[in-house]
Design a protein around this ligand. Structure first.
Ligand code: NAP
Ligand code: MG
Length: 486
């Protein structure tokens, strides 16, 4: 019998599944409100699933308007009575304690993140959880040094922050939101995404164990209606939102004319630009990391490749080769590169774009890898011969799909890179520092990586231009949205 060899046969690894036996996921979780886990006022709940197996993981309380009201009141009370009056150095100690406790429970957090969201364990273990702890460590250090952060100005906390986060980096986004808010003396009501509530609830356990005063952090699980109730509650002073541009616009409309301040971290359609003098193997690896990392569920994913004509054929051939060796499948396997798509809805969206791209005239290329039977999966996908007017070039797909275009001159590349409604991030691959500086100055993107991609650090600010939102998170800049300047 003829046996067709492919790369995966040749380079097959034995399965290396991470153990989940040590992780305690409760059968039911309440809302974390005023220091205690409690049922929703209505008694309503919803289920959260593992997108790789479609198995139910837990049942979670669904917060409605009365719960939002109770949480905002608890946060206000904590702001007035405990958190704001507390010496800033003591606030810092609580944040350091949370950071250490996340580190101590990092294995458990990584497994829970992968089970609930479908991302490969090597990412949750090496990226999401360590960075979440690092954010708490970083902002813990600022808590008693705000007069050095803003040397010529007196600052005060804003009060109660309403924070809403998406499903792609659940714990990390919670850390990005909560750590700077608390460091500046604010209290918090946070709403995680419906699809991925578990690590935020585990963070609530950490916050409880760390002994934070009741009501300083409240975590309300629910859906978009819970988020809307939070945004519209008159008792919050600040909205911090990460999610889609469509919901960002709704939020901006609904708080217009109110006293509420906002930061919005929205979608993206980043261009990764390979110039003809780039180290091509390194660039190809960066492109792969840029779009296939976390199944492309990354706001700053390098979802467009702009490659200079002289090296385009070689780059595309190398990309196709590399695609054959990517491992798609069980997110709990330590060798998996591409895990499960986060939900059935998101998979439908991505598949819609796969169809659309072909109808628009782009040429689709996918490797022949097999996919598990249960769960939500998408093969890593290249679209060749994409053009600027294609919707797959203009719109955020939020999946493992790379649209490839070529260019002749640097000016043309810049024009193409800037020609979408978004402006969150970009990447440049070249051997010459002068070209890097030329491009970074002219690219309208909040973050530009050069000869690397998707690198994050709590000390450096992150945020968008244009429809990618406004405000910065991370670094010194990330303190500013959480203080009033007197
Ligand atoms: P989404 O639909 O906008 O949801 C984000 C969050 O908002 C979720 O918690 C969601 O709740 C909640 N929400 C939905 N409708 C709401 C409303 N009317 N009022 C208040 N809150 C509401 O976005 P997503 O699909 O979950 O996440 C993907 C998007 O996030 C992408 O566009 C991506 O680019 C963006 N993102 C941006 C950044 C960044 O830093 N710029 C980082 C990560 C992701 P439910 O999910 O529970 O319904
Ligand atoms: Mg889930």
């Amino acid at each position: 019998m003829e046996h067709k060899l492919n790369y995966n046969d040749l380079w097959a690894y034995a399965p290396a599944p991470e153990d989940s036996g040590h992780v305690n996921i409760r059968d039911r979780y309440g809302l974390f409100l005023n220091g205690r886990f409690q049922d929703a006022d209505s008694g309503k709940t919803f289920e959260t699933h593992n997108p790789a197996t479609e198995v139910r993981l837990s049942e979670v309380a669904f917060a409605g308007e009365t719960d939002v009201d109770a949480a905002v009141k608890a946060a206000r009370n904590a702001f007035d009575k405990s958190w704001n009056p507390m010496p800033p150095a003591d606030r810092g100690k609580y944040l350091f304690r949370i950071a250490r406790m996340i580190q101590e429970r990092s294995r458990e957090f990584a497994v829970a993140e992968t089970l609930d969201g479908g991302k490969p364990i090597k990412e949750s273990r090496d990226i999401d959880i360590p960075l979440a702890a690092a954010h708490f460590f970083y902002y813990a250090g600022w808590a008693d040094k705000l007069e050095h952060a803003f040397p010529t100005r007196a600052v005060t906390p804003m009060g109660v922050a309403g924070q809403i986060i998406p499903w792609n980096f659940p714990l990390l986004m919670a850390a990005w939101k909560i750590a700077p808010a608390l460091a500046c003396g604010n209290t918090v009501v946070l709403k995680p995404a419906e699809a991925t509530p578990l690590t935020a609830l585990k963070l609530a356990e950490v916050i409880q164990d760390a002994g934070l005063p009741d009501g300083v952090v409240n975590i309300l699980t629910g859906d978009g209606s819970t988020g809307a109730a939070l945004v519209n509650h008159p008792g919050i002073d600040k909205v911090a939102f990460t999610g889609s541009t469509a919901v960002g616009k709704l939020i901006q409309n609904s708080i217009a004319g109110s006293h509420k301040k906002a930061t919005l971290e929205l979608g993206g359609k980043a261009a990764n630009i390979i110039l003809d003098d780039a180290p091509l193997n390194q660039a190809v690896e960066g492109i792969i990391n840029g779009i296939f990392f976390n199944q492309g569920h990354v706001c700053c994913a390098g979802s467009r490749l702009l490659v200079q004509e002289g090296v385009a054929d070689e780059v595309i051939a190398k990309l196709k080769d590399r695609l054959e060796t990517l491992r798609v499948g069980d997110p709990m396997d330590k060798n998996t590169d591409i895990g499960a798509i986060n939900s059935r809805e998101q998979l439908n969206t991505i598949e819609g774009y796969l169809k659309l791209g072909q109808e628009e005239g782009a040429q689709i290329h996918q490797p022949e890898c097999s996919l598990p039977e249960k769960g939500y999966w998408c093969r890593p996908t290249l679209f060749l011969n994409a053009t600027q007017s294609h919707r797959i070039v203009q719109e955020e797909i939020f999946g493992p799909v790379l649209a490839i275009q070529t260019f002749r001159s640097v000016d043309e590349a810049i024009e193409m890179a800037n020609n979408t409604p978004y402006g969150l991030s970009a990447g440049i691959w070249t051997d010459k520092g002068s070209r890097i500086f030329n491009l970074t100055r002219r690219l309208r993107a909040g973050v530009v990586w050069a000869n690397t991609y998707n690198q994050f650090d709590p000390t450096s600010p992150f945020g968008g231009y244009k429809e990618s939102g406004f405000g910065r998170e991370g670094g010194l800049h990330g303190l500013e949205p959480y203080v009033n300047f007197d």
